[in-house]
Design a protein around this ligand. Structure first.
Ligand SMILES: [Zn+2]
Length: 183
């Protein structure tokens, strides 16, 4: 669920006007969508395969193609097309970026199908999550939540809340100066 921190933070930072609620919801879906690939385990596809977990569905090409495709819904999102593309692409790509900052599993296949190399970043402060809700209620699950909170949620929410406050402050200052002009 920590993957949703990115679209949530961007929504808080940029506001409902630039990122309307429908686009925000799509961003949430895009940020978790790549993990639909866990179905690969059920289908017997090995983790390290290009079609396996953290494979093609986590790649830049997949994220970009899906974001372009979603632009057909621009009218429904009630947003500008470049905002739809950018917001959804950042939401879906951030999924792989966060996965590449975890301390377990295999790396992320950002460049599939051009290269099957799996990537991790140097900095990997996020503990890899156990799969399944039941496993979250263990000591390990709590340690994971703590690491996600301190490495992802706190920094992102701090920045987005600051931008939110700054945006409101600027709007008030502009509003006040316009009001002043009238008087
Ligand atoms: Zn993932």
């Amino acid at each position: 669920m920590t993957h949703t921190a990115v679209p949530i933070s961007f929504w808080i930072a940029f506001g409902n006007k630039l990122v309307p609620f429908r686009l925000f919801l799509a961003g949430i879906v895009f940020s978790i969508l790549p993990d639909a690939d866990v179905i690969a385990f059920k289908l017997g596809i090995p983790y390290e395969s290009e079609w396996g977990h953290r494979g093609f569905s986590h790649s830049i090409l997949f994220g970009f193609s899906l974001s372009i495709l979603a632009c057909v819904l621009t009218g429904w999102f009630r947003a500008r097309i470049e905002i739809v593309l950018l917001y959804l692409f950042v939401s879906i790509l951030s999924h792989g970026v966060l996965d590449a900052m975890t301390n377990g599993g295999l790396g992320v296949g950002f460049l599939i199908p051009y290269s099957s190399e799996r990537f991790f970043f140097e900095l990997r402060p996020i503990r890899v999550s156990p799969i399944g809700i039941k496993n979250f209620l263990t000591e390990r699950g709590i340690a994971v939540l703590k690491s996600e909170w301190s490495a992802v949620w706190i920094p992102l929410l701090s920045v987005s809340a600051s931008l939110f406050l700054l945006r409101n402050l600027i709007r008030r200052v502009i509003g006040a100066s316009r009001g002043g002009d009238k008087n």
